[in-house]
Design a protein. Structure first.
Length: 117
């Protein structure tokens, strides 16, 4: 194939590939414009990671992990309590069991969160 034909074909293929590529959607919503200057998502990410918000972000992540672990422990304890209660006296229906499980989970979560005097 002659180079004169090959170059436009390759150029057309490259342009088509560029337009077919998925372009990233902004994860932080609409573009932020301050004093007529657009603040990019990359600058916002950098500000969140290295700026004064970093400590609050780390604290929020830690509390999220703590709450998730409390919920997991409360669910495990509630299931154990319900299984023991069900061994002594079976529930009348699945709906009754679900309500008892939810109540036991709420009580277990309250016991985990309460602070000693």
């Amino acid at each position: 194939m002659r180079p004169v034909v090959l170059v436009p074909v390759l150029l057309a293929a490259a342009l088509a590939g560029w337009f077919l590529l998925p372009h990233p959607e902004p994860r932080l919503g609409e573009p932020l414009v301050v004093d007529g200057k657009r603040i990019t998502d990359e600058e916002l990410h950098r500000w969140l990671v290295y700026g004064p918000c970093r400590a609050r972000l780390e604290a929020r992540k830690t509390w999220f992990l703590i709450d998730a672990e409390r919920a997991r422990i409360a669910t495990r304890r509630a299931r154990h309590d319900i299984e023991q209660r069900e061994a002594q006296q079976p529930f009348g229906s699945a709906d009754e069991r679900t309500q008892a499980l939810q109540a036991a989970r709420t009580a277990a979560l309250a016991r985990l969160v309460e602070r000693p005097p």
